[in-house]
Design a protein. Structure first.
Lengths: 204, 790
């Protein structure tokens, strides 16, 4: 299933609205200006996600993962390569530099909080769009190889599933870190979402 | 957690309450529940303990009333988000804590509790009915992380320091490796001072490879000529743990000896324990050779009898060898840095200025210089100057080598004097004969005059007497000037007069069987020379000529001007281009054989019989001619003739110098007192002075002269006194006269041409000295000069 350019633009616009709020709250938390940008969105069948992401991130990744349920249910992840994750925590909390590129527990907690904020914003946008309540699970941080993570997403589900990938760029303190927001949905949930997007476009 | 309703449990009680009750006491974290208005409905035991606030106290209270700072810290938004269904994570790093609590930390100090918190919605059938907050105490974790961070910082600093030390060691090692001096380190902890390290320069110097020497004692460097004293010095330094430097003969791997300047230093640990000995080897074999050579050269310079000195361009002494110390009497310490013009050149002579100019312009100069030594005595040196330049070819200093000629010059003078005496001896016979010849007509004439004759006859005889007396005076003058033996200064001379004089002496004194012919060019050029010496040259040549003509013959003395050109130079290497006066002395005697011609100028070479000649004559002639920058040639044919040609350089500028004949000055009636024991002289003086406008009072005694002067001191303008008088001599008389009038003007005269007397007069401030016999012209000029102070 591919998105039309119009749908892409609409999704980008919707997510940007949510991210604007997120950026403000991150700026408040860190005390320095944070800018979040969505340069692109894409939809892939879950099987294609692995090779696609493999071109973008390699090696160990840090993910903040959150399961959501309701009339639309699925799995939402903020995915950063490990170095990006370390760098982001340092940019957000410069008073506590990491050593030799390793995240300590407190640093990882920051990443969880930030990922949670981001995922909440994004899913809230969709919830509002679909006019339904989405319930969230507690976000969890994982550090593992990309392939292991993605396999866990694929295995054990019968339904045909798709992944909405939101390319996300954090800019703060003259630096930027790229991450990927991945929302894995069943085909029916995705269908409802795209229908709602189309409706939003036509009413707007 | 999904909770499924159990009918059994549901029957017994309200399930949710049961679970909550259990969690309340079970979980190791803070947990509280609010409704949508944030009124507290649950407050677990953990919170009771850590907040100190009981559930009883807290239930029913609004959260924001219980903790107003939540609003101040802008945390209420998170509760709003939770009520919207979101789950909120509050990290310790960003928020530090949710509710203020205190704990005892690892060090049992009461500190703030660091917390992380999760806030979630309480959902019932899709509706949010309140919030659930969970608080974790992460104080210990934060502290642990802080400690960890500190340890990491320390670790990093340690690593940095280690790196720095490693870098320094590396640099040090590289420096030792590239050092040109051999380095050897021995371990004092091991017996026998075993070598633990040698650098590449060590191998280069000794030829031993590191693997050959490591673990060994360094005594393999010693050999049969290694001296025991140096070894003892090394052993002493090692046992006393001190540094030392020795110059020791060591041997390379190929058994070749070398001089090793060995520096040994102990290396101590921080605790003062001796760890190692550092040995620095320096091959100084070449340097020692050079030093030995330099000291040898210095010794040679000092052995030299010549004075060797180096002065800078301002005449300041930089070097002064022992030869110079001997010649001048000044030690090196006395003269170093001083100007030579301040102590060895009291008077700056033309030669000195010329030497300075020449050495700067051409780089060298040589010639004779007059200097003085420490005792103030005049010394004459043959001096050779060379300009020393630096590496940029800039003049730096002047190297001067001075050979002391003083003694040689004295010997030369003695030679000349001896020679003159010899000549006088030779001449004495002739002079005696001649004087007798002159005295005979004088005596005869005087007797005839007493007989009374006609005035014409009287005049005739007087004329004869006068002529003979004059000849006698001339002869005496010659002899005196000959015997004077004083160096005359070089002055322009018209040789014509000198040659006439010598020729006349020859005519008067040589045997009558020798004809003397004189052929002198009338406009002979002037030469610069010493009259006495040139007189001696001519006399010598004439006497030799006489002695060569024992059977009679002709002596020809001629003089003319010649100009020497390049062609002439080819046959006479001593000549230079220019104008010369040529004096020829030619005889028609026995001649000189060709083999003797070669030797006649050698000192002490003579062909005359023993007792008749010293063999000094011609060598003296040659010496004098050379000192006049002239040269001499000989041409002889056996039994026919011998010709000596003396070339003396003409003074160009004085070529036509002729003193104009001055008119004799006249007096203006001044009164002159003449004192002379010779009455004849008084009479002549009376005649002369009165004829030339003076008045005269005369006396033949010193006493009377004083009496006259006392009476007429105001009238008397000048006193002329003979120095040689009986009773009161001239000097005494002058002394008395001076007492009467210290400003008295005096002319002295004397029949003896005595140097001492003249000197005495000069010292007494006598205005003028006139040697006898003097002419009217001389006395009149002298009187005029003294009276008028000209």
């Amino acid at each position: 299933m591919l998105l039309t350019e119009e749908q892409k633009d609409a999704l980008k616009e919707l997510i940007n609205i949510g991210f604007a709020r997120t950026a403000t709250s991150l700026s408040e938390l860190t005390g320095s200006r944070v800018i979040l940008k969505v340069p692109d969105v894409s939809i892939y069948p879950i099987e294609q996600l692995i090779p696609e992401l493999a071109t973008l991130v390699t090696g160990e990744v840090a993910t903040v993962q959150q399961i959501f349920s309701g009339s639309v249910s699925g799995n939402a992840l903020l995915l950063l390569n490990y170095e990006g994750a370390v760098m982001l925590t340092e940019l957000l909390d410069p008073e506590h530099p990491n050593h030799q590129g390793k995240l300590l527990e407190s640093g990882a907690e920051i990443l969880t909080e930030v990922g949670n904020i981001l995922l909440n914003a994004c899913l809230s946008v969709f919830g509002n769009l679909l006019k339904m309540q989405v319930s969230f699970s507690v976000p969890r941080l994982h550090m593992e190889a990309l392939s292991g993570l993605l396999n866990s997403l694929v295995i054990g589900k019968d339904e045909l599933r798709y992944a909405l990938v939101v390319y996300t760029s954090f800019s703060l303190r003259d630096n930027s870190v790229n991450g990927y927001l991945v929302i894995v949905l069943g085909v029916s949930s995705l269908d409802s979402l795209i229908t709602a997007v189309d409706q939003w476009v036509s009413t707007a | 957690m999904i909770i499924k309703s159990s009918p059994e449990l549901a029957e017994k009680s309200h399930l949710a309450e049961v679970i909550l009750q259990s969690l309340n006491n079970f979980v190791n974290q803070g947990m509280f529940i609010t409704d949508v208005n944030l009124t507290i409905y649950g407050w677990n035991h953990w919170l009771e303990i850590h907040t100190g606030k009981t559930a009883e106290e807290m239930l029913g209270k609004n959260l924001l009333d219980a903790y107003p700072d939540l609003r101040e810290r802008n945390l209420t938004r998170f509760y709003n988000q939770a009520l919207e269904g979101q789950i909120i994570i509050l990290s310790q790093r960003f928020h530090r804590y949710l509710l203020p609590m205190r704990v005892f930390n690892n060090h049992h100090e009461n500190t703030p509790m660091w917390q992380t918190a999760r806030i979630g919605p309480l959902l019932s059938q899709g509706q949010c009915i309140g919030t659930l907050t969970l608080i974790d105490d992460v104080t210990e974790r934060v502290e642990r992380e802080a400690q960890f961070q500190q340890q990491i910082i320390e670790l990093e600093n340690t690593q940095k320091n280690l790196r720095k030390i490693a870098d320094e060691n590396l640099r040090l090692a590289m420096a030792i490796n590239s050092a040109s001096e051999g380095v050897m380190i021995t371990d004092t902890q091991q017996p026998q001072q075993k070598i633990i390290y040698v650098n590449p320069a060590f191998t280069e110097i000794t030829g031993y490879l590191p693997e050959e020497v490591t673990g060994h004692n360094c005594d393999f460097l010693q050999g049969e000529e290694t001296d025991q004293q140096s070894l003892e010095q090394i052993n002493q330094a090692i046992s006393e743990k001190i540094s030392t430097v020795v110059n020791i003969k060591h041997y390379r791997r190929n058994k070749q000896p070398f001089w090793n300047e060995l520096k040994i230093s102990p290396i101590f640990a921080e605790d003062g324990n001796l760890l190692y000995f550092l040995w620095i080897l320096n091959d100084v074999t070449e340097r020692q050779k050079i030093e030995a050579k330099i000291s040898e050269q210095a010794a040679l310079l000092n052995i030299a009898t010549d004075a060797i000195l180096v002065e800078d361009l301002n005449n300041r002494i930089l070097f002064w060898n022992q030869g110079a110390e001997r010649i001048y009497g000044f030690s090196y310490q006395e003269v170093v840095g001083k100007k030579t013009t301040d102590f060895i050149y009291k008077i700056i002579t033309i030669e000195f200025v010329e030497a300075r100019l020449s050495v700067i312009q051409t780089g060298e100069w040589s010639g004779e210089l007059q200097q003085i030594n420490k005792e103030g005595k005049k010394i004459i040196v043959e001096s050779r100057w060379t300009l020393v330049k630096d590496e940029k070819n800039q003049a730096k200093s002047i190297l001067i080598v001075n050979t002391d000629l003083t003694r040689k010059k004295q010997l030369e003078l003695q030679f000349l004097r001896t020679q003159r005496l010899e000549s006088i001896g030779t001449l004495a016979g002739g002079i005696a004969h001649d004087l007798n010849n002159m005295l005979t007509p004088i005596l005869g004439g005087a007797q005839l005059l007493q007989l009374g004759m006609t005035p014409e006859q009287n005049q005739h005889w007087l004329k004869i007497i006068e002529n003979n007396a004059r000849r006698g005076a001339d002869l005496v003058k010659q002899v005196l000037s000959f015997a004077r033996g004083i160096e005359g200064d070089r002055s322009p001379i018209q040789l014509k007069h000198l040659i006439w004089e010598v020729g006349n002496i020859a005519k008067q004194t040589f045997p009558k069987y020798i004809d003397v012919i004189m052929d002198i060019c009338s406009n002979l050029w002037i030469v610069c020379g010493d009259v006495t010496q040139l007189n001696q040259v001519l006399m010598n040549l004439c006497i030799n000529a006489r002695d060569a003509m024992l059977k009679g013959g002709t002596l020809t003395i001629s003089a003319k001007n010649v100009t020497i050109d390049e062609e002439f130079l080819q046959t006479n290497i001593e000549a230079t281009i220019g104008n010369y006066v040529l004096i020829e002395v030619m005889d028609t005697g026995i001649g000189i054989s060709p083999e003797n011609v070669e030797r006649i100028f050698e000192p002490f070479f003579t062909t005359k019989a023993i007792g008749q000649g010293t063999g000094l004559g011609l060598s003296t002639v040659l010496g004098i001619v050379k000192s006049h920058h002239g040269f001499i040639t000989v041409d002889s044919k056996i039994d026919i003739e011998t010709k000596f040609q003396v070339y003396l350089p003409a003074v160009e500028s004085l070529e036509n110098m002729q003193l104009p004949r001055q008119k004799l000055p006249l007096g203006d009636g001044e009164l002159i007192l003449v004192v002379d024991d010779e009455t004849d002289i008084l009479l002549i003086m009376e005649t002369i002075l009165e004829n030339y406008g003076y008045k005269i009072i005369s006396t033949n005694s010193g006493h009377e002269a004083i009496a006259i002067y006392q009476r007429k001191r105001n009238q008397i303008s000048l006193v002329i006194i003979d120095l040689m008088m009986p009773l009161m001599d001239g000097i005494t008389t002058i002394g008395e006269l001076r007492k009467i009038n210290p400003q008295i003007k005096i002319i002295t005269t004397s029949g003896l041409d005595e140097q001492e007397k003249m000197e005495e007069c000069r010292q007494m401030g006598i205005d003028k000295f006139l040697p006898k016999p003097y002419t009217a012209e001389q006395i009149l000029k002298s009187i005029y000069e003294v009276i008028n102070n000209t």
